[in-house]
Design a protein around this ligand. Sequence first.
Ligand code: FNR
Length: 380
Amino acid sequence: QSELYLAGLGGQAPEFTTNVAALDESARLSMDGGAFGYVAGGAGNEATVRANRAAFDQWRIVPRMLRDATNRDLSTTVLGTTMPAPVMLAPVGVQSIIHPDGELATARAAAELGVPMVLSTASSHTIEEVAEASGEGPRWFQLYWPNDPEVCVSILERAAAAGFTTLVVTLDTWTLAWRPRDLDRSYLPFIRGIGTAIPFSDPVFRAGLAQSPEEDPTAAVLKWVPMFTGTDKSWSQLPFLREHWDGPIVLKGIQHVDDARLAVEAGMDGVIVSNHGGRQVDGAVASLDVLPEIVAAVGQDLAVLFDSGVRTGADVVKALALGAEAVLIGRSFAYGLSHGGQSGVRHVLRSLLADTDLTMALSAQRSVAELSPDLLRRNG
Ligand code: FNR
C-alpha cells in the first residue's frame, strides 16, 4: 500500500482500481460476454448473490482508539498451512476462459505472496502443471467427487504426489444449478475452458474413453459431467476419502449447523461455510448469516473457514470477527485474472491484504487472534 501511495506522489496511478469490489466493472468491459456471465452470475434471479453482500452490510465495525497497533501480525496457520493473512484463493474452475494462462497465472501470483491456492478439479490445466507453477507456494486441492472410485483414487494420488496438502471436498455442486445467464447464451464453460484438464489428463479416466479427449472433447465432457455429478453420495462414504487421503479433509458448502455437526461426527478436519457464491441455490441463506451459529456449534472441534461475498478488507475483518479462521475469495481474484493474468491476481491480493491490514490498524486490532464479535455491531 505504501508503494501505491509513493507511486501516487510521483503522479503514477495504479493500472487498475484498488477498489477490489469495483473490478467487476472493468472485467465486464474486457471479458468475453459469455465468460463474464459465467463468472459474475449466480443461480436463478441471483437473490443469494445479493444476500451474500447484504449480509456484510448488516455488520459494522466499531473501531477502538489509543491501543498501540503499530506492530501487527496478520499471519495465521490453518490445518498446518501458514499464510501471511487469513485469506486464500477459492477453487475456481475453467480459469482459461478468463485468461489464457488460467490457473498457472493464479498459482504464480499466489505463490509470490505465499497465499494458499485451492485448485479446482475443473481446472483448465493439469494438477502437475499447476504444481510446477506454484513452486514452493502453499496449495490445497478441491475435489469434485467422482462416482468412479478408481478415477477418484487416481486424482487423489496425483494431487498428493504434486504437493497438495489439504483436500477440499465440495458438496454443494452435484449438479449445476439453474443459471439463466449461461443457459440464455448456451454457454458451456467446460468445453470452452477445456475445463476438464484434470480428468482429461488422468490415465484411468482416459482408459475408459473410446477416443482420446483431444480427438473427441464433446464425448469426454459428456462422460465427465455425469461421473463428477450425481446424487448418490452420503455421509457414510466419507471414510473412503479418508482412506485415500493422508492430509486434512475439509468439507466445502456447509450451510446448516446440523451438517457442520455431522462433519465433526465424520471426523473431518474443517468446513467451509459457503453457498458457492450464490451460484447453486437461489434463495439460499447468506453465507455470513449462518457463520456465527456454525462457529458456536463446531468451532472448538474443527477449522471453520468462510466464503461467499468477500470483497474488501472490512469483509475479511468481519468474517474473522464472527469466528472464521480464514476466508476464501472467488470472483474477486477471477476479475483480477482477467486484468492481465498473474499481475492482475497479484494486484487483487496485494490490494485486499493491504486493505485488511489498514482496517485492522485503524480499528486497533493487532492480530487475527484479537478479532472477536466485540468489534462488531449489527444494524437494525
Ligand atoms: C466457483 N466456485 C467453485 N467452487 C468449487 O468448489 N469448485 C469449482 O470448480 C468452482 N468454480 C467456480 C467458478 C467460478 C467462475 C466462480 C465465481 C466460483 C465457487 C468458489 O469456490 C467460491 O465458493 C465462491 O466463488 C465464493 O464467492 P465469491 O467470493 O465469488 O463471492
